[in-house]
Design a binder for this molecule. Sequence first.
Ligand code: IPM
Ligand code: MN
Length: 358
Amino acid sequence: MSRTYKIAVIGGDGTGPEVVREAVKVLKAAAGRFAFKLDLQDFDFGGERYLRTGELLTDSDLNALRRFDAILLGAIGHPDVKPGILEKGILLRIRFEFDQYINLRPVKLYPGVECPLKDKGPEHIDYVVVRENTGDLYCGAGGFSMRGTPHEVAIQTSVYTRHQVDRCLRYAFQLARRRPRKTLALCGKTNVLTYIYDLWERAFHEMGAREFPDVKREYYHVDATCMWMVKNPEWFDVIVTGNMFGDIITDLAAITQGGMGIAAGGNINPEGVSMFEPIGGSAPKYTGQNVINPLAAICAGGMLLKHVGEERAAEAVEQAVMHVIARKLKSLAAGRMGYGTTEVGDMVVEHVAAGSAA
Ligand code: IPM
Ligand code: MN
């Protein structure tokens, strides 16, 4: 019996639709080679629809998305919409509504990619950040008082429950256990955030000692984490952290693996509907020019395949991306690849379709 996956495709804003188109081409090539089927449906959520109709995500949009095995997202962010509206109303809304409590961000430097870190190569940069994706400063708790007056007060509060922390830690420990180095680093700030990261640290050691004695535990403050990610990235295997620190350190991590042209992530609910995306933005200034790098979106598609259980297809996508980077591209930067967006997609497709011989 053939496997069929229902995938919701949200191109979104700016260059999002262009990169997602390439990722979909690659998914189709993988489906052909590995004998599974894709049932794809496009959704037009994003800045254009919001400006036209005032709608961000309606209840019926959310109900529609619930019927899918996974979601592939391009990018959300429009120059004519005030920052925060589309992010909160679409991207964060999907993360929260579907309780996608893990934001998984692999950090891997592929051979041939120029790394901004001196003397570091692919053997030094191969780790995964497990960013908690539902709590922290992202929970929306806070407000103003006396807004616009000289005495204005603004409060924005970080919130974590033990349940949120535990489920994220368990995912991270399980992931670390499957990797050769079996090392999990908690990134926190126990010297200042003495409530939030005290909770994380206690939960980390309790769970580690009780359920994962085979996984080595390390702890780093977030500021030091940034330093070591630059100085000694080879120290890291799996890093687990809260939502805000995870957001920040994964941009730093992304630039060490070649930048937004390659960095992908998954918003994962292991029991529900997960969403995969290139972690860069909508890059509006490049829209429609066929210069943006689609590899991050293609890698997000690869993560999606792995998530739905098509491990071999996911592996083939990664191999194809590595092949194209090592043999073809001049750079990962938009406009400097030596090829257009669609040509890069075509080269990956060709390699996925043909296997390692291409
Ligand atoms: C990311 C982005 C989002 C975040 C923004 C667009 C809301 O920066 O996915 O890392 O902060 O999570
Ligand atoms: Mn971010």
